[in-house]
Design a protein around this ligand. Structure first.
Ligand code: DAH
Length: 370
């Protein structure tokens, strides 16, 4: 075994020569000075001061050197590493202070900001009106019934005496769903809830059903492909048109005020027989057709004294039969009106779209009852 080769002292061997070490140190110091934040400094630390950095690798090589070279290189590298570590610590301190100062600025809470002026949301006027209507009927002992928006064609039409070839079908421009052979539609009116109710309950039935309906209408000031209706249905023994009239008069007065009653005009709906259009005494001119000053016509009813409100009638026995109700024993009445329309003339809203554009300032004008 031979001893260490003392005569061979490769002082100039790279990368541990003075120039190289100085270059490594300077590169590290420059990188440290250039680190703009703590994240960047972390990268610099691993690139220039870590075990795999040039200085780290050089440090590892020292052990393999002959004594004199080991001593020289050890000192050079040790000094260089110390300088780098010191600079690193100093930069770290500066950057930490900067980060903290930054945080104080960005996370500042202005305690003088008003805390009591956050706008409170407003319930949608259609929701409020739907619930108000429901309340009027619930107060008379009726129940609120609901049905799906996506409905079987049979319940939307056939059960209501609107067979496939019935001309009245085309009056309700229908959204059909795919595939067509499933016979599923977006309900065109709330009337299918009548059929659902009769099919699932036994009389006496007293229900009111507010909800959304869909038709392929253009979206303009008076039409929308989605709007709201409220349906009423009563099926019991001995029910007559007089009960219908009394219920609607009560409904009208509860919504529009004392004395605002209804009149019926003969009409046709397949699901009722006889059927009628319901008009309301104009709640602004109270039926006179005159404006407040008396020098022209009332703007709300356009001088008519009456406002068209909805449709109604005595439930057609064919509907009772289709829905499993014995027409010999029971009779009933039904009605349906537009909730959006009701709100429009009640509040003088001249563009139906106002209800659907989601502007909270519009909703707020109806009050912010929660
Ligand atoms: N479903 C009708 C429509 O959408 C409204 C209607 C009329 C409903 C008469 C009724 C009724 O219940 O009896 O045009």
């Amino acid at each position: 075994m031979s001893g260490p080769n003392n005569s061979y002292d490769p002082v100039q061997v790279t990368p541990l020569g003075e120039e190289q070490v100085v270059a490594m140190r300077d590169a590290a110091l420059a990188a440290i000075a250039g680190a703009v934040d703590l994240e960047a400094l972390k990268v610099v630390r691993s690139d220039h001061a870590g075990d795999r950095s040039p200085l780290g690798l050089a440090n590892r090589e020292i052990g393999a050197l002959p004594p004199q070279a080991k001593k020289d290189a050890g000192m050079r590298i040790g000094q260089a590493r110390a300088a780098v570590n010191q600079a690193m610590a100093a930069r770290q301190e500066v950057l930490e202070a900067e980060a903290e100062a930054q945080m104080l600025v960005t996370e500042t809470v202005d305690v003088t900001l008003p805390w009591d002026r956050t706008p409170r949301g407003a319930r949608h006027p259609i929701t409020m009106m739907s619930e108000r209507i429901a309340d009027i009927f619930v107060a008379m002992g009726w129940e609120v019934a609901e049905g799906p928006l996506v409905e079987a064609e049979w319940l939307n039409f056939d059960a209501l005496n609107l067979g496939a070839d019935h001309p009245a079908r085309t009056m309700q421009d229908t959204f059909w769903t795919e595939p067509a052979e499933n016979h599923v539609v977006l309900r065109t009116h709330t009337s299918p809830v009548q059929a659902r109710t009769m099919l699932t309950r036994t009389p006496p039935i007293y229900v009111v059903c507010p909800g959304r309906v869909f038709r392929t209408d253009e979206y303009d000031a008076t039409h929308s492909p989605m709007f709201h209706q409220v349906e009423g249905l009563v099926v019991d023994e001995g029910i007559t048109m007089a009960h219908l009239k009394g219920s609607l008069d009560h409904f009208a007065q509860a919504v529009f005020g004392e004395g605002i009653t209804t009149r019926f005009r003969p009409s046709y709906f397949p699901f009722t027989e006889p059927s009628a259009e319901v008009d309301l005494i104009c709640f602004v001119c109270r039926g006179t057709g005159q404006n407040e000053v008396g020098d022209g016509s009332c703007r709300t009813c356009r001088g008519e004294g009456w406002i068209e409100w909805g449709g109604c009638g005595v439930v057609n026995p064919r509907v009772l039969v289709a829905c499993g109700v014995d027409p010999e024993r029971y009779t009933g009445f039904a009605f349906g009106m537009g909730i959006d329309r009701t709100l429009m003339f009640r509040h003088g809203v001249d563009d139906l779209r106002s209800f659907f554009e989601g502007d909270v300032r519009f909703s707020r004008a109806f009050g912010t009852e929660i």
